[in-house]
Design a protein around this ligand. Structure first.
Ligand code: ZN
Length: 277
């Protein structure tokens, strides 16, 4: 386990391409994401080996309802009694009301659907449970982290931001692979245009010092600057629609402006009686 900032650790000893983080506040611990289904026990062991008490885990924050991020959720919740915190929209997946699908607008999305269907109902099944706390955009949690709703990859995807220290957990909205920042994989991202809105939101954060990704190494060197450059490149501000010069409905001729003559001394005066006689 590697300390990446004050009170933040990357649980890097579970041997996986997916990242799990430990957050400490007021003597309590929170997990951010839980890896794949077979990572639950490994995460608990890693925490013990690093000298922490798993019973101090009070919260499990899940960035989004993909099985590579929420897979170990049930095992860890049962072992620790920690409360499960998810975005209010993402809760629909955990309650079994919504099911995750590949992006059908992507050619590969259609092709892999049978395999996806099979895996998501067997080895990669998302734990079905009732989350304990549903959160929404801009909410600051007791643990000091602010929720930033960053949909597009999934509808209730959330990032978590600690304003004071500049630690940002971006889940899958940005990944960091082979030294480069990247958008979430198109085949598993049904709303890429919404991802761009989410990125612009992250680009407005003023104090990003440490960027923690769902996939890929943590960024500590010029994290804010590099994130902003990536966002400016991949999600430039949308072009404003040009306002039509003549604001009339089609087929309706423009009305000429009424000419108002200034009053002259010859203008007839009208007496208005305000009081009844
Ligand atoms: Zn992922």
């Amino acid at each position: 386990m590697k300390e990446i900032a004050e009170n933040v650790w990357h649980i890097d000893d579970i041997g996986s391409s997916v990242n799990v983080y430990l957050w400490r506040w007021d003597g309590h611990l929170a997990l951010i994401d839980t890896g794949l289904p077979w990572h639950g026990k490994k995460i608990l062991n890693a925490i013990k080996e690093a000298g922490f008490n798993p019973e101090d885990i009070k919260e499990i924050l899940i960035t989004h309802a993909d099985t590579d991020h929420a897979g170990g959720l049930r095992v860890i919740r049962e072992a620790t009694g920690a409360r499960v915190v998810v975005h209010a929209i993402e809760a629909m997946f955990f309650k079994g009301k919504w099911h995750r699908w590949p992006n059908f607008r992507h050619p590969l999305g259609v092709l892999i659907t049978p395999l996806y269907f099979l895996l998501s109902r067997t080895v990669l099944r998302l734990p079905r449970l009732q989350p304990d706390l549903l959160v929404v955009d801009t909410e600051v949690l007791d643990n000091g982290l602010q929720v930033i709703h960053t949909p597009g990859h999934t509808p209730g995807h959330m990032s978590l931001y600690h304003k004071e220290t500049g630690v940002l957990f971006v889940g899958d909205v940005i990944s960091h692979r082979r030294g480069k920042l990247a958008l979430p994989p198109a085949v598993f991202t049904p709303q890429p245009e919404i991802v761009r809105d989410s990125l612009r939101k992250l680009g407005r954060l003023k104090n990003v010092q440490v960027a923690c990704f769902g996939h890929g190494p943590v960024l500590t060197d010029r994290a804010g600057e590099r994130l902003r450059a990536f966002i400016a490149r991949t999600a430039p501000p949308p072009k404003r629609a040009r306002r039509p010069r003549v604001a009339t409905r089609p087929g309706v001729p423009r009305q000429p402006k009424a000419q108002v003559e200034p009053p002259t001394s010859e203008s007839p005066s009208v007496d208005i009686e305000l009081k009844p006689k």
